[in-house]
Design a protein around this ligand. Structure first.
Ligand code: SF4
Ligand code: SF4
Length: 177
């Protein structure tokens, strides 16, 4: 999803025309095909305002055109701050923030996850914190008379992660999402 490939020809034979129908079966985003490309989501998105490449409408358009793999591999998917401004302002009631969540989940299922996010998840599973808390910071807390930070129960965290995946798979088997 770079500026260089913006003018590339899209060959219908290379698209997945079922993708939009598959997405529209997922709860919360059933109406994504109602998008009328007004661009309000992009105009009001606080991330798009400061990013040269992040455009909510473009992501949605690509998904509707069937550019499934370009969308799932795009780093831009991970820029959304989940503020829901786009959802609140869409005149057609399209829940774009939820579309993004679904696309991210699909990307993870296919193994596309930026290294930075992988690291965050591994840190959480390992320590309970998104970022490693350094020894020097712990010492500063101690010097300031603050109590030590609680440690994580990594076994419970791993179990929670397993349950989350298990529940997702079970829902899929039942035909939901
Ligand atoms: S605001 Fe809604 S209708 Fe307008 S482009 Fe975004 S998703 Fe589509
Ligand atoms: S939820 Fe994401 S796409 Fe929507 S306005 Fe906020 S940052 Fe932008």
């Amino acid at each position: 999803m770079t500026e260089e490939n913006e003018n590339e020809v899209i060959r219908i034979s290379e698209t997945d025309q079922q993708f939009k129908y598959e997405l529209s079966k997922i709860s919360d985003i059933e109406n994504l095909m109602l998008c009328m490309q007004c661009g309000t989501c992009t105009a009001d998105c606080p991330v798009a305002r400061f990013s040269g490449t992040y455009r909510p409408l473009k992501i949605l358009r690509m998904a509707l055109l069937g550019l499934k793999w370009d969308v799932l591999k795009a780093d831009e998917l991970w820029l959304c701050a989940s503020c829901y401004t786009c959802t609140d302002r869409c005149p057609r009631g399209v829940e774009f923030a939820s579309v993004l969540r679904v696309l991210r989940n699909l990307a993870v299922e296919e193994g596309y996850i930026p290294d930075g996010f992988k690291e965050l998840v591994l840190n959480i599973l390992d320590t309970g914190y998104a970022y490693e808390i350094s020894e020097s910071r712990m010492k500063k807390r101690e010097a300031a008379g603050l109590p030590p930070l609680p440690g994580a129960n990594s076994k419970k965290l791993a179990r929670l992660a397993e349950i989350a995946v298990f529940l997702k798979q079970t829902k899929k088997v039942k035909g939901g999402k």
